[in-house]
Design a protein around this ligand. Structure first.
Ligand SMILES: O=c1ccn([C@@H]2O[C@H](COP(=O)(O)O)[C@@H](O)[C@H]2O)c(=O)[nH]1
Length: 239
């Protein structure tokens, strides 16, 4: 996979005007975008239609987490939008993830569309050990990431979202075909913001991440196109 297919830019803005401006500015340098809650709740499915018209891949990052039937029905509807990748929270459990995988597969067959990849969020990259123990877990955070990755794989997920710091351990536990998507990417010198378990683009790739999700280091940069160029150079230098 080439470096520009590995980079997913998080479109964390809340209007179509900002989307058009950013996507126009980044041009051919970015082929894969992430649409999350902020944007989808603001503008709805028109952003998916727009990005598909621009021939971009789309990770629709809505992190579904509910009872199995509700998640399955929700994902069946989302499958019709034509995103490349969808996701759920692994903490919803084995039955929920299994229902999600079945629903996506059946809907794709029904509408004769390519099945979107379905991945599960393990432990949010904003969590550190302190936050983690604060919500009542006694197990080591990174051990929990590996546990949830194995569970997700058993339930039929194509991969997981985890921090770049756990990517190598996930590969070891689940194999190299299992997709590891890593937010929490910060080029040297970039603001860390609310992220905790971070790595540089090169560090994440060295650890075996398949896709790097990067938002503010690009979208809040004075020159987003230059920021992408610098990140892709760092990624290519490693390849
Ligand atoms: O564990 C997770 C899961 C999802 N995200 C999302 O990734 C981007 C990261 O944006 P930055 O601006 O580069 O921090 C953002 O849309 C999150 O919702 C995550 O960060 N961690």
């Amino acid at each position: 996979m080439s470096s520009d297919q590995r980079l997913i830019v998080a479109l964390d803005v809340h209007s179509m005007e900002s989307v058009r401006q950013l996507v126009g500015q980044l041009g051919d340098s970015v082929s894969y975008y992430k649409v999350g809650m902020e944007l989808f709740y603001s503008v709805g499915s028109q952003v998916i239609t727009y990005l598909r018209q621009q021939n971009k891949d789309i990770f629709l990052d809505l992190k579904l987490h509910d009872i199995p039937n509700t998640v399955g029905q929700g994902l069946a509807t989302l499958t019709q939008l034509g995103a490349t990748m969808l996701n759920v929270h692994a903490a919803g459990g084995f039955s929920m993830m299994q229902a999600a995988a079945i629903a996506v597969k059946n809907k794709a067959i029904e509408i004769q569309a390519r099945r979107p990849k379905l991945i599960a969020v393990t432990v949010l990259t904003s969590m550190n050990e302190n936050e983690w123990s604060g919500i009542g877990y006694n197990v080591d955070l990174s051990q929990q990431v590996i546990h949830l990755s194995k569970l997700a794989q058993k339930a039929g997920m194509d991969g997981v979202v985890a921090s770049p710091q756990e990517a190598a351990q996930i590969q070891k536990a689940c194999g190299s075909e299992f997709i590891v998507v890593t937010p929490g990417i910060r080029p040297n010198g970039a603001a860390i913001n609310d992220q905790s378990r971070i790595a540089t683009p090169a560090g994440a790739l060295k650890n075996g991440a398949h896709h790097l999700v990067i938002g503010r280091p690009i979208t809040a940069a004075a020159n987003p196109r230059q920021a992408v160029k610098d990140i892709l150079r760092e990624m290519r230098d490693l390849a």
